[in-house]
Design a protein around this ligand. Structure first.
Ligand SMILES: O=c1[nH]cnc2c1ncn2[C@@H]1O[C@H](CO)[C@@H](O)[C@H]1O
Ligand SMILES: [Zn+2]
Length: 432
């Protein structure tokens, strides 16, 4: 007997070896997809009639700072340096562990409700984010942010905490939690420090999550300090490999793109954050053309201001059409690939496709809505018309976290209320 059968759905597999099914069935057992077809002979405890719905792989948010939900709308319409150094960092200095728990739990709730089933995070008090992931049922790759700022002592302290975190949580929550090292950026960590972090990550078999060339200011600072850009510095110290997740990658030269491709680096494109902070436009069209694994991220809620990957998909598709002057750039299916298949590859998670043997991270979208009617092309609707709130059911690791808009994994009202109170008290401490 299976655990879950989803029937009568449009099945968007995202599997290059098999097409979509207009009216199909997905069977889930022991956390995995065991059958996909027109019909099944199986029976199951839970049978979901998905008539008028689309079933597809859950989305992967490859760059966020979950607890920054607490700073949603806190410091908008500012330059990145002023935003980060004058507003966000002083506010973060007042953060307590329990704030990070409440903010992360709010983020998990928002992700479950908008179809994101896995995410990559870099922040502080990461035990709390890990506990929130554990409680929520989501899948995540978590790292403690290392901001050395050329202070050797701070570097040591951060790295020690990063290592403790990696060792404490690697493979936790039935393997739903993976850990990474999170050196913040090449302009906030020294060359020597980045080398040390890379060595520790290799020793522990953990990945590396880093911001790269987000702003022109970073590019200029790197050229001044080292006579080369961040990508060349990281290349020269042997930092790059398929275990690296590089967020932003806005200010790339063609040579940089070639390095990222050769090293199999995973790029997290965050169009909304880049547009909001006016950081620039990442050369995503070129990267994809050359075969770089480009994925999608929202960045934190202070620079987005939500975690809805459906919004991110639409923004990516539109931004690269207007920036290349080519309306055929980033078509809907390619954008969906970035948010599913490519994201899963970057996080190393055996998800991202509906395929027999893959882990069952699955979402169901309700298509019987005014803004989704009529429907000639499902991928096109998912990118250009749908919103996260059209997701009615979210399944991770074969467990139903939200059933027909009802969140089972968390107490929704309590999570919202506690995060709201924590955020207000935090801002009161900052202003005191
Ligand atoms: O877009 C961004 N660029 C640079 N830093 C960021 C961005 N968003 C969040 N953080 C900062 O990264 C640290 C996580 O370890 C936090 O200080 C967070 O505020
Ligand atoms: Zn970030």
């Amino acid at each position: 007997m299976a655990d879950i059968i989803i029937k009568n759905a449009y099945v968007l597999t995202m599997d290059p070896d098999s097409g979509d099914l207009k009216n199909g069935t997905v069977v889930i057992e022991d956390g995995k997809i065991t059958e996909i077809g027109e019909k099944t002979k199986e029976s199951a405890d839970t049978v979901i009639d998905a008539k008028g719905s689309v079933v597809m792989p859950g989305l992967a948010n490859t760059h966020t700072h979950a607890a920054m939900t607490l700073f949603r709308g806190y410091a908008d319409d500012l330059q990145l340096a002023e935003w980060l150094e004058k507003n966000i960092w002083p506010a973060e200095s007042q953060l307590k562990a329990e704030d990070v728990y409440k903010g992360s739990l709010l983020a998990c709730l928002e992700m479950i409700k908008s179809g994101t089933t896995s995410f990559a995070d870099m922040y502080f008090y990461m035990d709390e984010t890990a506990k929130a992931v554990e409680a929520s049922g989501l899948r995540a790759s978590l790292s403690h942010g290392l901001i050395e700022l050329w202070n050797e002592e701070k570097g040591e302290t951060d790295l020690k905490e990063g290592k403790r975190f990696v060792r404490a949580w690697q493979g936790a929550a039935d393997g739903r939690i993976k850990t990474m090292y999170g050196p913040h950026a090449p302009n906030t960590c020294s060359e020597e420090f980045l080398i040390k972090v890379k060595e520790e990550a290799h020793k522990d078999g953990a990945g590396l999550h880093i911001h790269v060339l987000e702003t022109e200011a970073e590019l200029n600072a790197m050229k001044e300090r080292y006579g080369k850009c961040s990508v060349h510095l990281l290349e020269d110290i042997g930092f790059f490999g398929p275990d690296v997740l590089a967020a932003h990658c806005v200010w790339l030269s063609d040579g940089d793109i070639e390095i990222l491709r050769q090293r199999g680096v995973n790029v997290s494109h965050n169009p909304i954050s880049n547009m909001k902070l006016a950081s620039g436009i990442a050369p995503v069209h070129k990267m994809l053309e050359r075969g770089v694994n480009v994925t999608l991220g929202t960045d934190g809620c202070a620079s987005n201001n939500n975690l809805d990957l459906f919004e991110e998909m639409k923004t990516a598709a539109l931004l690269h059409k207007v920036s290349t002057g080519n309306p055929t750039a980033l078509p809907a299916r390619q954008v969906l690939e970035m948010a599913t298949v490519n994201g899963a590859k970057a996080l190393g998670t055996e998800t991202g496709m509906l395929k027999v043997g893959r882990k069952a991270d699955v979402i169901i979208l309700d298509m019987k809505k005014p803004h989704l009617t009529p429907c000639f092309d499902v991928p096109s609707h998912l990118v250009y018309s749908a919103k996260g709130c059209d997701v009615r059911t979210t399944i991770v690791d074969g467990k139903v976290l939200m059933d027909n808009y009802r969140v089972l994994a968390l107490d929704e009202e309590k999570v919202i209320e506690e995060a709201r109170t924590a955020a207000e008290e935090l801002v009161a401490r900052v202003n005191a």
